[in-house]
Design a protein around this ligand. Sequence first.
Ligand SMILES: Nc1ncnc2c1ncn2[C@@H]1O[C@H](COP(=O)(O)OP(=O)(O)O)[C@@H](O)[C@H]1O
Ligand SMILES: CC(=O)OP(=O)(O)O
Ligand SMILES: [Mg+2]
Length: 376
Amino acid sequence: MRILVMNWGSSSLKYVILDPETGHEALSGNVEEIGLGGVDDHGEALTLVTEHMQRELGDDHGIDAVGHRVVHGGEKFSEPTLVTPDVIKEIEALSPLAPLHNPAAASGLRAVSEQWPELPQVVVFDTAFHRTMPEKAWRYAIPDVLYKEHGVRRYGFHGTSHEYVANTAAATLGITSAEFNGIVAHLGNGASVTAIRNGKSYDTSMGYTPLAGLVMGTRSGDLDPSVVTQLIERGLYTADELDVMLNKRSGLLGLAGRSHMKEVVDAAATNPEAQLALDVAAYRLQKYIGAYHVAIGGADSLVFTGGIGENSAPFRDIVCKGLAPLGIEIDENANNNASTEPTIISTEHSTITVMVVATDEEVAIAKATAHLLSNL
Ligand SMILES: Nc1ncnc2c1ncn2[C@@H]1O[C@H](COP(=O)(O)OP(=O)(O)O)[C@@H](O)[C@H]1O
Ligand SMILES: CC(=O)OP(=O)(O)O
Ligand SMILES: [Mg+2]
């Protein structure tokens, strides 16, 4: 079977054609700067993808279905879903909750429907895995009407990754997914941490949008909401400018002038701003891990994933050193030599097993797509 997986970012499209059984990739690529001068729109991005497929695979691309990553599924979608014109309209209607991502996905879905009307399409939502959170974890303490009439609540994101990584960690530990009680830290460009109880999402650090929670490459994560209202009141920023500032100029970039974790780690030895950025990012994550340990009644494992979680031994080391009061103890040698295979990096004395597990959202989406189609 061959599935085309498409990950629609606000201004980019990552795509890969793979076999969901073997994970074998026939082709992959990235279209950047959609609508920013590089490529006009999502239809044109798709033309570039089909040209790439034509070059590499010839006339018969052999694709059986298309699986899409959609960031926001609101309260409506809790499972991978077969695409119909109505589903595209519902994704579009959720645009106010993910203004950078959902309009892009909706136009991408329409472009694919026009290009290959015969191919089934499946959407897999970042929010879906978090639909199991208890209400006390997803409600904000603001007037009730804002949730009931406007959908203002915590949704959580990166769910496909958190679920895939929790399942992989469970398999490595020789337990079932339902026996997994742990904390997964997905630390990539966007970063979030999820408390997983009996294999299900119990709480997560992102919120109404992917801006909440951890310190990210360019996003602030948590802050006092009065910062926003005050900056507008003082005339320093408009709402639009604040959106850009908090999403694109904050986080590691805002504190240290660099958004890539490796550059921040390398600079920290000689640059106090970079050291501070590391300290703020690690401390924020430590606080969440402590809280989530309590939330799930004691975590058995802590799993690092995403570009930073998988590749930055120094950042994992800083985070875990601060978790000593939980009984966490890292094996430095194992931490420095974590590979792409699931690796345990804690010592045998550690009360919580700490692991590094590589995420693969594309394989998870391809599997979910194949699974849904086989059950139709
Ligand atoms: N060797 C490395 N050391 C430290 N950080 C790294 C390394 N490689 C990648 N990263 C971090 O991972 C981030 C990308 O994470 P990734 O999960 O691939 O992103 P995306 O969210 O775009 O899928 C980079 O911005 C960088 O901060
Ligand atoms: C939801 C989200 O933050 O996605 P990404 O990490 O791809 O930016
Ligand atoms: Mg990512």
